[in-house]
Design a protein around this ligand. Structure first.
Ligand SMILES: *[C@@H]1O[C@H](CO)[C@@H](O)[C@H](O)[C@H]1NC(C)=O
Ligand SMILES: *[C@@H]1O[C@H](CO)[C@@H](O)[C@H](O)[C@H]1NC(C)=O
Ligand SMILES: *[C@@H]1O[C@H](CO)[C@@H](O)[C@H](O)[C@H]1NC(C)=O
Length: 361
């Protein structure tokens, strides 16, 4: 249906010749309620147009006004409109395919097939004049460059089967602010928002996650299919004017401060004294038993170990309480700076870190 027939080409060129024979070329007006934002290559004739919400072609009668009327007659109040090749009209809320931005001048000399005096608003040869509806209902989310001590690093790739960041955390109704706060409370150095609502934290990037670009769609709409244009462009669940990543894409933030913020080591609990920070490993545990104490603090953990007749207590990874009667190798003292997480049960207390135990006995 989108392939040009010989008749169509004949009509197209008839339009060109007619236009050329008209001496006075008037620049076509931008329709009210719309702005002309771009001129894009559009390979619509090969089946992959930029906008795919609705499509209408009229080899002999197309004008900008007719395209506006067509887009307005659809059940969705589409956000973008495109006119290509002088006779093709399409509408959509996303740029499903995105080709080269060829500059507004590449769309400025062809007439609309339906009106030879309407020059410059109906695209060009394989070029589409792209319009955006001026409508406050369409909020285009913007990148939050930084939040407090967290610096934005841009858009990074993720994948469902191999996650870029270690843990997903609850961040309420997700915003960039709520996510970095949730990651900060647990002592992480990286935070990432994804798919509008997910909040991820980690201490390093995993699985080859790498910078993907910074385009949040302000210039070009929301891209979906073209991998070269698929950037972080989804509004946050908790604030639609902020960008919260995209599908399998993280807006990544890096903590630039020192941990733990506002938390300090509880020096002693019931006669048990803090003995510093010790290393731990998942494969060989420094303390023999993990105990579930619900809301972990230095007090709740020490009390739990004491009541079970252990002589050593250790706090790890913000939320783990470990007990034992000996410090088992390879566990050994390490820098206190490795115990860099606040307790889940009380953010003013230090609760070890990743593979790091705050030890009491
Ligand atoms: C990110 O993209 C790179 C390059 O395409 C790829 O090698 C890597 O596996 C991806 N990582 C994730 C976490 O998706
Ligand atoms: C939503 O985000 C914008 C941009 O970051 C910010 O200016 C605005 O205050 C936020 N709104 C609310 C209700 O937090
Ligand atoms: C985060 O910032 C630190 C310096 O503050 C830097 O060493 C580190 O490479 C950054 N992380 C990423 C993923 O860019």
């Amino acid at each position: 249906m989108r392939r040009l027939s010989l008749f169509a080409w004949a009509s197209v060129f008839a339009g060109r010749i007619l236009a050329a024979s008209v001496q006075l070329h008037s620049r076509s007006p931008v329709p009210q309620g719309w702005e002309n934002i771009l001129c894009l290559l559009d390979y619509g004739v090969f089946g992959s147009p930029v906008l795919t919400g609705a499509y209408h072609s009229d080899y002999t009668g197309m004008t900008i006004e007719k395209c506006v009327a067509f887009c307005d007659s659809q059940s969705t109040p589409f956000r973008f409109m495109g006119l290509a090749n002088g006779y093709e009209c399409s509408c959509g809320n996303f740029f499903d395919n995105y080709y080269e931005d060829v500059g507004l001048s590449s769309c400025s000399s062809w007439p609309c097939n339906g009106d030879p005096l309407e020059v410059g608003g109906c695209g060009g040869l394989y070029a589409a004049s792209m319009y955006r509806r001026i409508n406050s209902n369409f909020i285009i989310p913007a990148l939050v460059p930084s939040v407090g001590l967290w610096n934005g690093l841009g858009c990074y790739n993720d994948s469902v089967s191999a996650r870029a960041l270690q843990v997903r955390v609850e961040a309420g109704s997700t915003t960039v602010e709520s996510c970095v706060a949730a990651c900060q409370a647990q002592g992480f150095s990286l935070a990432g928002v994804e798919f509008g609502r997910e909040c991820w934290c980690g201490s390093q990037l995993q699985h080859g996650s790498t910078f993907f670009g910074n385009d949040n769609g302000i210039q070009h709409g929301n891209f979906r299919q073209n991998p070269n244009a698929l950037h972080c462009n989804m509004g946050c669940q908790g604030n639609s004017s902020e960008t919260c990543g995209g599908p399998a894409l993280l807006n990544l933030y890096n903590f630039t401060g020192m941990y733990p913020i506002g938390a300090s080591v509880v020096p002693a609990v019931d006669g048990w004294t803090s003995r510093g920070c010790y290393s731990d490993t998942v494969s060989s545990r420094t303390l023999e038993q993990r105990i579930d104490v619900g809301s972990v603090t230095a007090e709740s953990c020490v009390n739990a170990c004491q009541s079970q007749s252990f002589s050593i207590a250790g706090l790890e990874y913000a939320q783990e309480c470990w007990c034992g009667n000996e410090i088992r190798p390879p566990g050994a003292p390490i820098s206190q700076s490795a115990c860099n997480q606040a307790c889940v049960g009380d953010a003013s207390e230090v609760c070890g870190g990743p593979n790091a135990l705050q030890i009491y006995y």
